[in-house]
Design a protein around this ligand. Structure first.
Ligand code: FO1
Length: 364
């Protein structure tokens, strides 16, 4: 059984921990002749260069969480972290004062940057990083290209802001991390722009992981900047459309609110409601009659509103709080089910992963 998960950082990490646990329970040591493997295609749109080092926030969130060395309170970074180097960097005026690079975390960034500078491709660096701990899954960066996300906003420092004389307000492009952590996504996003998308290709192993999978799961990660970036890499959406595996997603929205983070600010920027069914329709149903949507692939990964072409999903799990959405989703071509969606601990994460696998592969 080959399971492939598309995932972003913190929400993705909780879900993948659940998948790993559920797989261990269902396929203990290849019992009954069946072995299972889990590949995770990781969002690289949050990545950035800062203070001379390359950061991969979503990859590191998955790496640390699966290794059990993550800071579970904060949601990102290492447990037991100290910030001595960060204090020095602030004194030097290097990096961003609102973005803290912990000492242990910096070890990861330095190792990664050293290997990149030696000429290793990001996928090879990813292999080296995950060799340190027995993760039980394989993490694949979505692409070797630097597709760092930038956000176009009205310039917060422009005199007069939106009311500036001379028509349209001046705009500025911020790196996603500045928009997210410095401004807490409060500056309305006019547009998300991924660098280098034109020449980006899926990293080695990514297309195969999707093509050869028995099941593909879409984690409850940010549909715009996490899953949207993965889907926007030329070749990945096509691999999903072509795979024989069922593709099942999990809603990142519960009862009309985002589970964590500020994904609602990203959804509203691309005109998608913060609603479990709206996110499913944004991804699109693979086997719909194409009454409501087809394929308009763009940089946000959307696949909606034209005739005849296919979306991405066979199935969609919504929260029990959103059970009223299930009938409408089924009518639109999704195998939909309402289940407990809160991932409070390993047990609830594993139960959610089990529900996703059951929806993808219903028993006889
Ligand atoms: N998030 C914050 O809110 N503040 C920080 O100072 C911060 C530092 C940081 C350093 C390395 C890293 O890998 C992640 C870090 N994050 C920080 C988390 C990150 O900004 C985002 O939560 C994700 O990129 C969104 O998934």
């Amino acid at each position: 059984m080959r399971i492939t998960v598309l995932a972003g950082g913190v929400g993705g990490a909780r879900f993948v921990r659940g998948v790993r646990e559920e797989v261990r329970r269902r396929f203990p040591d290849g019992a009954g002749g069946s072995e299972a493997s889990v590949d995770v295609v990781v969002n690289t749109g949050d990545d950035l260069w800062l203070a001379g080092v390359r950061l991969w926030p979503d990859f590191d969130s998955l790496l640390y969480a699966l290794a059990g060395v993550n800071d579970t309170e904060r949601g990102w970074g290492r447990a037991g972290e100290t910030e001595r180097v960060a204090a020095e960097l602030r004194e030097w005026g290097v990096g961003w004062p609102w973005f803290t690079l912990g000492d242990l975390d910096l070890g990861t960034h330095l190792a990664r940057t050293a290997w990149l500078r030696e000429g290793l491709a990001p996928a090879q660096v990813a292999e080296r990083l995950q060799a340190r701990w027995p993760l039980g899954v394989r993490l694949l960066p979505a692409t070797d290209a630097e597709v760092d996300t930038h956000v176009l906003v009205d310039d917060p420092d422009a005199p007069g802001g939106a009311d500036a004389p001379g028509g349209g307000a001046p705009t500025r492009e911020l790196h996603f991390q500045e928009w997210w952590t410095r401004y807490r996504a409060t500056l309305p996003a006019r547009e998300f722009r991924q660098r280098n998308l034109g020449t980006a290709r899926p990293a080695p192993g990514v297309v195969e992981a999707i093509a050869d999978a028995d099941v593909v799961l879409v984690a409850p990660s940010n549909p715009v900047v996490s899953i949207g970036t993965i889907l926007a890499i030329p070749g990945i959406r096509e691999a999903l459309a072509a795979t024989d595996a069922p593709v099942v997603g999990v809603s990142p929205i519960i009862g009309g609110a985002v589970v964590r983070g500020m994904a609602d600010a990203c959804l509203s920027a691309i005109g998608v409601q913060t609603d479990a069914a709206a996110v499913a329709r944004h991804y699109g149903a693979r086997h719909s009659e194409a009454r409501h949507y087809g394929a308009r692939s763009d940089a946000t990964g959307a696949a909606d509103t034209t005739d005849g072409a296919r979306g991405l999903l066979d199935g969609w799990l919504v929260a029990e709080e959103d059970a009223a959405e299930v009938d409408g989703l089924r009518a639109d071509g999704f195998a939909a089910r309402a289940v407990p969606l809160w991932m409070r601990d390993l047990e609830t994460s594993a139960a959610l992963a089990g529900a996703a696998l059951d929806l993808a592969l219903p028993g006889p």
